[in-house]
Design a protein around this ligand. Structure first.
Ligand code: UDP
Ligand code: MG
Length: 319
């Protein structure tokens, strides 16, 4: 807990607007505590700020509680989505509505401690455009969930086309220009941590201890987690589409070796099974088939890239 705290000595009143984006889905038990804790940290920092709560189709009293809080605090904004669109979309909606010079996305269940804000802001003020918060320790999560997460992050980082930091979730600060780029990215199946990494600029990482939920139960189920994992893989890796080519090449190699052996055995009149030549033929056919699937995969990837319509490049500056 204390590792997350840094004394933030504001020499003068910082002159920037900070937006905090907080997705909320059925968080009635923790919503008020979340407002209180986030507000306390922001008041200590002393900058101008807005708190944007995205109500992602909650079926409990979350919206009513947030409206109550808003009635007492004009710095609170509520983006109330028409139904449950999912965490990644809720985050994107919040970023789209944020006006800040810097935007911090944080979970509404207080698993990400707001006391880390000053450290994120410090890096941003030092020139970073994306500051990822990396979970060094996870409190209050089962060993199975930890193992699953560890495994996923490592597989993802080894197959991904952009460097997405390991053990980084959606707790991060992004600069205005990164938020603008994100809002222009129209792809529907969003993996925000991947997009934030893709955008580039100066990326930094800070470590923090992930806490246990303040209240309530996680809404991520195995099914929604799989959905997130698929969004990550399909959005940022070409490996599954290239699998056909890899298999095709491997089988072609095996088929060639087998063919050479069968010819060699025939030449020396060695005893081999009479189905061996047939096996070689089958290997060749399979190799060709996988190869063709791989080629289709390659075309599909080009179609995917065009449909996804990410910008071709992002300019840092023109001199
Ligand atoms: N959340 C959301 N929409 C959803 C699921 C979750 O806005 O469909 C919010 C939720 O209220 C929380 C954050 O996203 O603030 C993370 O969700 P959760 O705690 O369930 O995920 P975990 O911490 O287990 O990854
Ligand atoms: Mg959580």
């Amino acid at each position: 807990m204390f590792a997350n705290r840094v004394n933030f000595m504001a020499v003068e009143t910082p002159d920037y607007l900070l937006s905090i984006v907080i997705p909320m889905y059925n968080e009635e038990q923790g919503a008020s505590e979340c407002v209180r804790r986030v507000r306390k940290v922001l008041q200590d920092i002393g900058c101008r700020y807005e708190m944007i709560f995205v109500n992602d189709g909650s079926r409990d009293q979350t919206l009513e509680i947030l409206k109550n809080e808003k009635a007492q605090d004009e710095k609170i904004k509520i983006v109330d989505l028409s139904r449950n669109f999912g965490h990644q979309t809720a985050i994107s909606a919040g970023i789209d509505h944020a006006k800040g010079d810097a935007i911090i996305v944080i979970d509404g269940d207080l698993q990400d401690p707001p006391e880390v804000f000053p450290r994120l802001i410090e890096k941003w003020l030092a020139g970073a455009d994306v500051v990822h918060a990396r979970r060094s320790v996870r409190h209050g999560e089962s060993a199975l969930k930890n193992l699953r997460a560890q495994l996923f992050y490592r597989i993802m980082s080894s197959i991904s086309t952009v460097a997405i930091p390991v053990d980084v979730g959606d707790f991060r600060l992004i600069s205005r220009r990164v938020a603008d780029e994100l809002s222009h990215m129209s792809e529907k199946r969003r993996y925000v941590r991947g997009l934030a990494s893709w955008i580039g600029f100066k990326q930094e990482i800070i470590d923090y201890e992930r806490e246990a939920r303040f209240a309530g139960t996680p809404s991520y189920t195995l099914k929604t987690l799989m959905g997130l994992a698929m969004a990550g893989v399909t959005g940022f890796s070409v490996v599954p589409l290239r699998l056909g080519i890899y298999l095709g090449v491997a089988l072609m190699f095996a088929a060639t070796i087998s063919l050479l052996y069968v010819v060699y055995a025939a030449a020396l009149h060695l005893l081999i099974a009479d189905w061996a030549p047939l096996m070689v033929l089958i290997l060749f056919v399979f190799a060709l088939q996988f190869f063709c699937i791989g080629i289709i995969g390659e075309y599909l990837y080009i179609v995917l890239e065009n449909v996804r319509a990410r910008p071709l490049y992002v300019v840092r500056k023109i001199y």
